[in-house]
Design a protein. Structure first.
Length: 268
């Protein structure tokens, strides 16, 4: 039976401690010597394989000279609490990106905005995303051809103009292009479907390992990994109201055509 993956908290703590050690310009061997620990202990903590207690984290942060809010944030990661929110945007995205690389299948549902992994740089920029965040998103998008990706998109996200007519038209054409990839399945939920359970989420599946769900908000994110919390997303009824891939692409193309006929793209 495969070994369970580190929890999102353990993964984020591992990344935070690794970054803190490098910022302090210390090698893992130096830290191990200072604490009379084995180098493998440092390595296992920094990969999330071994859970670190609050006392151990406190000892590491003392050596790294991490204080104030940053220290409090990392210490909070060593305490098991549910639900648990990512308040650190950088750790949040790094943790999500790592899980996406490891996942065998990614399912996402977008309501207001189009899915992160299908956004063009211009569209992402129009949502006030920073240059650093846009580049990180582009790195995440590189794995789209390597695993199954299913995107459910509410029709409202297709019709909501983001970044101006030309940016939006290019974005919609990009969706059509991405839908042609054999690993990408794009499903639109039309207005005619009426009300549906429409919380935006990302479901990550790992073959024989348990899936997890990521819920993103403006300045924070939440990972769900307990079976009872994840099951409603695995058993989502969105599939029953979504158009099939072919009809979904036709709807997107019709939106672009309608904009063109209205002259939305002229002079833009």
């Amino acid at each position: 039976m495969p070994k369970p993956k580190p929890t999102p908290q353990a993964r984020a703590l591992a990344e935070g401690l690794r970054v803190a050690r490098k910022a302090a310009r210390l090698a893992a061997t130096e830290v191990a010597d200072k604490l009379a620990w084995s180098q493998s202990t440092i390595s296992r903590i920094e990969t999330g394989v071994r859970a670190a207690s609050a006392e151990e984290v406190s000892a590491l942060l003392a050596i790294y000279q991490v204080t104030g809010q940053r220290r409090d944030a990392l210490l909070s990661l060593s305490r098991d609490s549910e639900p648990w929110w990512f308040a650190d945007a950088s750790l949040q995205m790094k943790t999500l990106a790592q899980y996406e690389k490891e996942a065998s299948k990614i399912v996402t549902f977008a309501t207001t905005l189009l899915p992160d992994l299908l956004q063009t740089p211009s569209y992402a920029r129009a949502t006030d995303l920073s240059a650093t965040a846009i580049e990180a998103r582009r790195e995440r998008q590189k794995m789209l051809g390597k695993k199954k990706f299913v995107a459910y998109v509410d029709e409202g996200a297709l019709r909501r103009q983001v970044g101006g007519p030309r940016v939006m038209a290019n974005q919609l054409r990009h969706l059509v292009s991405m839908a042609e990839r054999p690993t990408v399945e794009l499903r639109v939920i039309p207005f005619a479907a009426g009300a549906h359970p429409g919380d935006a989420y990302i479901l990550l599946e790992f073959g024989d390992d348990r899936p997890l769900v990521y819920l993103e908000h403006r300045r924070c994110g939440l990972f769900l990994h307990r079976p009872g919390d994840v099951e409603p997303y695995v058993q989502s009824t969105v599939d029953a109201v979504a158009l099939d891939p072919v009809r979904s692409v036709h709807l997107i193309e019709s939106v672009v055509e309608a904009r063109t006929q209205r002259g939305d793209l002229l002079g833009q």
